[in-house]
Design a protein around this ligand. Structure first.
Ligand code: HT7
Ligand code: ZN
Length: 849
């Protein structure tokens, strides 16, 4: 297995100016004819080596002359044409088998729909090509297929011709006027339903909008369409970026490795991020759709018009586009809730990754399988890095810098340095120091030491930078640290952004009457862990004017309380009192629902030197039980006040009411009494939304009451034909606290709804079990053995999904010796499996090292 290195980047020796593709789709095989106009950009080279995976070559000609076998070489993953002229046309015809493609990369079938996924390196399994993002070409695509089975034939760009002159078959030709890399090529063929709309750009161009889905699901596409139009408007208003084709197509498919793909003018989506109605999708699902639709749309400028020079630059488009979609969602919904949700997600996934043997900088230096680098680090930490640029520059300068970036690099494949150059042109920050964020791994820590004397308050801030994964020392970081000082009455004395650049630095605030209370890393302006000396969590929970740090104080105080329970069993009454105060707060109810949420298992685990899941669960339960007992009446009031009148409305007010009511129900469920069971049963039976129904079902399942079986059966019967809802059913059962969860998961794999070839279902059942820490990390090793077996099995079907599952073992070196040994035994078994993919190999190898 060979690694690729950023330092080895070389400019391509050829330009592929245009690509003409002909796809002849059949049930048993597909013929691809690829005609390229190629020019040498480096006169010193003689041969042309194209990327080609599993190539079954049928014809090869150069400038219309068929090439003899002596003129080319087919090796593993390469086709080399010897001695080519300076400018030439090459025509290649080959055969592929999309119906047998279970990896879901290249051209494959999702049910009866032909579709493609080419990022990062799928195109080479469709046809030989210089399959790298700095090769940007003009694409023209003709698709020929059976008329009845595939009435809808789509590709990138504009439809320029229909071919109706055959009996049972038909065809369409598409032309994309924008040069693009091969990873943005897309094709779809199927018998699809659709909804259509229109958007008029700021320049007055009319854009036809279509969303395609399985027949019968059309009514579930309206929220996605609404989100698309909102995204188009937002990008014009906030970034001055308008859409650049006459048509924008989105297609929803069930079998998809990730969330969605931004192919030029033809986005292909995991149906989970398109289809929604209140009966089948939760409020969180609706929000997820809004953000993924926006994300893919925003890629049109940050990713497609300006793309990456090589895959080491992935965060150039992903970090930036995640930052853009986060800002969009903040503008569409509650900004304070959005920020907390984004930080929560970052800490749940990225912080864990950043503390593991698979940690890497947002711009990695090497990879074995690029598919393994679509990570929380590249995406979410990458977005935090862009957010810091935004904070350093301020809104106005950031917009200027983005304009400069678009003007300078439109139509090019560029690097993160190019991006930072544009930012630096319009802002005042230390570029070289800031670049460390791109090259260093691990989560930086900041230790805070306060002192107060004669009206002068100082904070000594000391950076602690973790070593790189290979033990290499790393350097202090440069960042904007938002902070505030409050007086003892809770009024704000000052709010400021400090620039942190040194390993250790003291900041002084003079002329203060009394020692102030420090509120630090407001809005989470930097993705670090703050180590507090003597933070005033209870005070900040009450008075902090910054909603993020108020939330943060609650989390930190709760984390400290849980740690103390683990150590000594004692519950800190000050925390419980402060929590009681939160229950009375008159704030936005969605925000309040977040304030009342106690830290997750993952958050507590990140504090432990040696993870002890049993102790974490016990301490969490103990604290929750205490809170539920002490505040039972208040919680019941919150539940009742917000439960009725029943409504399925998606207005913010009703979403918030559902959020707070369901938070109260979940907290109360720890009481495990009849009263709560009755509330949950009633909520399940009377629910008008999936949000309410699924929470009630989850609560019932974890109450272990007999009605749970009735509700689960009812749920199954209602939704067995709705695959997206069945994902929720599998996830609830695999995440259950029941002792026999593994047995049930094993049984569920044989359910007729379950299909190991569909990534969403694997993630819901197997993936959810792997996050069910108590059972996955069982002392008898049964959880590990189950997952290892699954990885071996799924790796043969879909390596990308298998390597994703390997991630559950990332905590290995933080487990006790007994569990570590069990994990290592299982992983050694997996890694020595004959024919294991490079995807799974790369992850397991890092964990075992
Ligand atoms: N740019 C896309 C990344 C991607 C992907 C998407 C779907 C299936 C497989 C994939 N491999 C890489 C997704 C995005 O960030 O928008
Ligand atoms: Zn993206």
């Amino acid at each position: 297995v060979k690694a690729k290195y950023l330092k080895d980047y070389k400019k391509p020796a050829y330009a592929i100016e245009s690509v003409d593709l002909l796809f002849e789709l059949f049930e048993e095989e597909t013929f691809v004819t690829n005609t390229m106009q190629i020019k040498k950009t480096d006169a010193s080279v003689n041969d042309l080596t194209l990327d080609a995976v599993n190539l079954e070559l049928l014809e090869l000609s150069l400038n219309d002359l068929k090439l003899q076998e002596s003129r080319y070489i087919i090796e593993e993953e390469k086709l080399t044409v010897l001695n080519v002229p300076d400018a030439f046309e090459i025509k290649i015809k080959n055969k592929i088998y999309p119906q047998d493609n279970t990896e879901l990369e290249g051209l494959y079938k999702s049910g009866d729909i032909f579709c493609t996924q080419n990022e990062p390196e799928g195109f080479r399994s469709i046809t030989p090509f210089l399959d790298r993002p700095d090769i940007m070409s003009l694409f023209t695509t003709t698709i020929l297929a059976d008329k009845k089975k595939y009435p809808v034939l789509l590709s990138n760009g504009n439809k320029i011709k229909c071919h109706e002159d055959f009996k049972e078959r038909h065809g369409v030709t598409w032309h994309d006027p924008h040069p693009k890399p091969s990873y943005l090529f897309a094709l779809v063929a199927g018998n699809l339903g659709s909804i259509s709309d229109e958007f008029t750009t700021i320049q007055g161009n009319k854009v036809a909008l279509n969303i395609y889905c399985d027949l019968g699901n059309e009514q579930k596409c309206h929220h996605a369409m609404h989100s698309l139009k909102a995204s188009m408007k937002w990008d014009e208003e906030k970034y001055g970026r308008a859409y650049d084709l006459d048509i924008y197509n989105i297609v929803a498919v069930d079998s998809f490795n990730m969330g969605a793909m931004e192919n030029k003018g033809l986005n292909i989506f995991n149906s989970a991020y398109v289809l929604a109605d209140t009966d089948t999708a939760t409020d969180a699902n609706f929000m997820g759709i809004e953000s993924v639709i926006a994300h893919e749309y925003f890629h049109n400028w940050t990713g497609n018009r300006i793309t990456c020079r090589d895959w080491f630059q992935l965060t150039l488009k992903e970090g930036l586009t995640v930052f853009r979609d986060q800002c969009f969602s903040a503008d569409m919904n509650s900004a304070q809730v959005q920020r907390i949700e984004d930080v929560k997600a970052l800490r749940e996934r990225q912080f864990v990754e950043d503390a593991s043997p698979t940690r890497h900088p947002i711009q990695p230096e090497s990879y074995i399988s690029m598919n393994n680098f679509y990570t929380a680090t590249v995406y979410e930490k990458g977005a935090e890095v862009i957010r810091m640029v935004y904070t350093l520059l301020g809104e106005k300068n950031y917009r200027q810098a983005m304009d400069l970036y678009f003007e300078t690099f439109d139509g090019q494949a560029v690097t993160t340095d190019d991006f930072l150059w544009a930012m630096h042109e319009c802002g005042d920050f230390d570029l070289e120091l800031f670049k460390r964020w791109y090259k260093q791994s691990g989560t930086p820590r900041l230790h805070v030491k306060e002192s107060f004397e004669n009206g002068t308050y100082s904070i000594l801030l000391t950076q602690k930078i973790p070593d790189d994964v290979d033990g290499k020392k790393q350097k202090p970081c440069y960042y904007p640290l938002k902070m505030g000082l409050l007086d003892r009455d809770g009024s704000e004395i000052l709010a400021k952004t400090l620039i942190i650049s040194k390993e250790s630095e003291t900041f002084v605030f003079e002329n203060l009457k009394e020692k102030p209370v420090l509120s630090i890393n407001r809005d989470f302006s930097v993705p670090i862990i703050v180590e507090y000396g003597e933070a005033q969590f209870a005070f900040l929970m009450k008075y902090d004017t910054n909603s993020f740090t108020q939330y943060e104080a609650t989390q930190n105080f709760a984390l400290r309380t849980i740690s103390e329970i683990i150590e000594s069993s004692a519950i800190n009454d000050d925390f419980v009192d402060a929590y009681g105060h939160l229950l009375d707060l008159d704030v936005d109810l969605s925000y309040k629902a977040l304030l009342l949420e106690l830290p997750s298992v993952s958050a507590v685990m990140q504090l432990q030197k040696e993870i002890d899941f049993d102790a974490i669960y016990d301490a969490q339960d103990k604290l929750l039980l205490h809170i539920a007992q002490k505040y039972k009446e208040k919680l019941l009031d919150i539940y009742k006040q917000n439960h009725l009148p029943a409504s399925a409305s998606l207005e913010a007010k009703y979403i918030a009411k559902r959020a707070i009511k369901n938070r109260a129900l979940k907290i109360l469920s720890i009481l495990k009494n009849d009263e709560v069971a009755e509330l949950a049963q009633k909520q399940y039976e009377e629910s008008l939304t999936m949000t309410d129904r699924i929470v009630a079902l989850d609560v019932l399942e974890n109450l272990h009451v007999s009605y749970a079986e009735v509700a689960l059966q009812d749920f199954y019967n209602r939704y067995k034909d709705e695959t997206l809802v069945m994902n929720k059913y599998f996830a609830i059962l695999a995440s259950s606290s029941r002792y026999d969860v593994l047995e049930r998961v094993e049984k569920l794999q044989r359910d007729k709804v379950y299909d190991e070839k569909v990534p969403n279902l694997v993630r819901s059942l197997v993936g959810s079990f792997a996050r069910n820490h108590k059972h996955f990390h069982a002392k008898d090793g049964s959880g590990y053995k189950f997952l290892a077996d699954k990885i071996i099995e799924i790796d043969k079907i879909n390596p990308q999904i298998a390597s994703g599952l390997c991630g559950a073992f990332k905590v290995c070196d933080k487990m006790n010796k007994h569990n570590q040994d069990l994990i290592k035994k299982e992983l050694s078994r997996v890694i020595s499996t004959q024919g294991l993919s490079k995807n799974s190999f790369e992850i397991i190898d890092k964990i075992l090292k």
